[in-house]
Write a protein that binds this ligand. Structure first.
Ligand code: FE
Length: 215
């Protein structure tokens, strides 16, 4: 019974954290910012575009704020979290490559995307080990591993050790941190019930990972 109560408390705790993040997300994206498609923003975007893909992108927070949407800035530069099930890619089955929404770095392939049941786009491995960096994240009373773009340092999400084979990892990402470069003509592959082949559901959602990830 005590174990059951403990599990319930943990689930309530996780639910409260997700609700708090969602509320914070709504407040932040509703707040007025300097975001706008002005000449300065165009100049900064051109500067980012001119950086070779094998080099780092370094901008100030003010510069990022000018070229990202409020939601992107909150998630990518302030490590926020978008609401589950109310984001662009959680249920997207198009084929293609997912880029970093801030710098265009190629991060994940749709071939490694799977149905986690969490409401966020989930992948079992990045395109290459050096595409991302993993950092310890002890915020919110949880021990997690944060995933960032290796090129521009933008926050993408977190990685957990409850994913499907072959890696058994679950890269749980925010849609606003990603931009899908879809394969031409791709409309996604679903069966007659609208379920992606190879459906895999997370059995231990939000279980914190206990060690630094290597892929
Ligand atoms: Fe990036």
């Amino acid at each position: 019974m005590n174990g059951h109560r403990m599990v319930c408390r943990l689930k309530l705790h996780e639910g409260a954290i997700v609700a708090a993040f969602s509320l914070l997300y709504l407040c932040c994206i509703a707040a007025p910012t300097s975001f706008g498609d002005d000449a300065e923003a165009a100049r900064i975007r051109a500067r980012v575009k001119a950086v070779p893909m094998n080099e780092k992108v370094k901008l100030t927070n003010d510069q990022w704020r000018r070229i990202l949407t409020p939601a992107q800035f909150f998630v990518m530069r302030e490590a926020g979290t978008e609401p589950p099930f109310k984001n662009e890619y959680w249920n997207n089955h198009e084929k293609g490559i997912y880029l970093c929404a801030a710098c265009g770095n190629e991060l994940f392939s749709s071939n490694t995307k799977f149905e986690s049941g969490t409401g966020w786009p989930s992948f079992y491995q990045p395109l290459a080990k050096d595409k991302i960096v993993i950092l310890a994240d002890n915020t919110g009373g949880m021990k997690r591993q944060e995933v960032r773009c290796a090129r521009c340092g933008s926050h993408l999400g977190h990685v957990f050790n409850d994913g499907p084979p072959p890696t058994h990892l679950r890269y749980c990402l925010n849609s606003v941190s990603l931009k899908l470069k879809a394969t031409k003509g791709s409309v996604g592959v679903v069966d007659s019930e609208g379920i992606q082949p190879g459906l895999w559901r997370c059995q231990r959602a939000h279980r914190p990972i206990l060690k630094i990830i290597t892929v």
